[in-house]
Design a protein around this ligand. Structure first.
Ligand code: SAH
Length: 269
């Protein structure tokens, strides 16, 4: 029923061209079994954005994952495809309409397994973290709704059981940057995205610790030398030093992180 909404697109500005090559962002998922990010946004031209660069971009071109971007405007009301209205009860700004968002959600979620999380980016949400990135990476994909203006009509959040997820304790003008950050953190965990899988095991948060300091050539710079142990060739000593540095840094900077917490968070979901 809502699938006919996009075809009623008589108005001039109803469908905006996306900037990225079309084959990178198929209208419908082309490859079943390929990890798929669905994004609902008023700024489709902002995608793939930085996700089209470097390792995530190469993986996108290699079909390690796929990106399906849906322009919320297509589901807008009337000749002007309105998507928002003034807040009930008064106040500043505009609120995204539940009916408009509902049509977009039903369109993109058709045929999508319920194990694919339905998420709205929101400063009110659960804080995004490495454990959530791991959870999403282990699923067939994720559907991300990018808010704008004052946010989304509460009834849409309630009706579809949308999970709100925050990038951090600050307010962005829209969800697109948050969505790209969350997708970057998730996609790099998919098999085949990073060249060197071993680097995943040692980096920050993977074992509840921040990463040890890193050095590379030259051996001396501005009177500062690389710690001798790293040049010693003694791998056991190097591993011990890195572990100790990781623990020292974590205690100093993030006493809230503990191995137990992280291991537990990683087991959820
Ligand atoms: N009035 C809202 C903020 C709206 S900001 C409030 O006070 O909670 C507009 C949109 O930007 C939001 O709907 C959300 O999609 C996005 N956004 C803003 N800050 C964000 C954050 N920290 N994390 C994720 N998304 C955010």
């Amino acid at each position: 029923m809502p699938a006919d909404a996009p075809s009623r697109s008589h108005s001039r500005k109803s469908i905006r061209a996306v900037a990225a090559p079309r084959e990178l962002m198929p209208e419908a998922p082309e490859l079943a079994g390929v990890w798929t990010a669905q994004v609902i946004t008023l700024l489709p031209q902002a995608f793939p954005g930085v996700l089209g660069e470097s390792l995530t971009g190469r993986a996108l071109r290699d079909r390690v994952w796929q990106l399906q971007v849906t322009d919320l405007r297509r589901f807008g009301e009337g000749r002007h495809r309105n998507v928002d209205d003034t807040p009930a009860g008064g106040g500043a700004g505009m609120v995204l309409r539940a009916d408009v968002l509902g049509r977009a959600i039903e369109h993109v979620r058709t045929g999508v397994p319920p194990s694919v999380p339905l998420v709205a980016t929101s400063p009110r949400g659960r804080r995004f973290d490495q454990a959530l990135a791991r959870d999403w990476a282990a699923r067939p994909g994720v559907t991300l709704i990018c808010g704008r203006f004052e946010g989304i009509d509460q009834r849409a959040l309630d009706h579809y059981g949308i999970e709100e997820v925050s990038l951090g304790d600050f307010v962005l003008t829209g969800g697109e940057i948050a969505a790209q950050a969350m997708l970057d953190a998730t996609v790099r965990l998919l098999p085949g995205v990073l060249g060197n899988a071993a680097s995943l095991e040692e980096e920050s948060f993977s074992d509840g610790l921040l990463e040890h300091p890193q050095y590379t050539r030259p051996a001396e710079w501005m009177g500062r030398r690389i710690p001798d142990v790293l040049l010693s060739g003694n791998h056991a000593e190097i591993a011990r030093w890195r572990r100790a540095e990781a623990e020292r840094l974590t205690r100093a900077r993030r006493p809230d992180l503990s191995e137990g917490d992280q291991a537990h968070a990683g087991d959820e979901g």
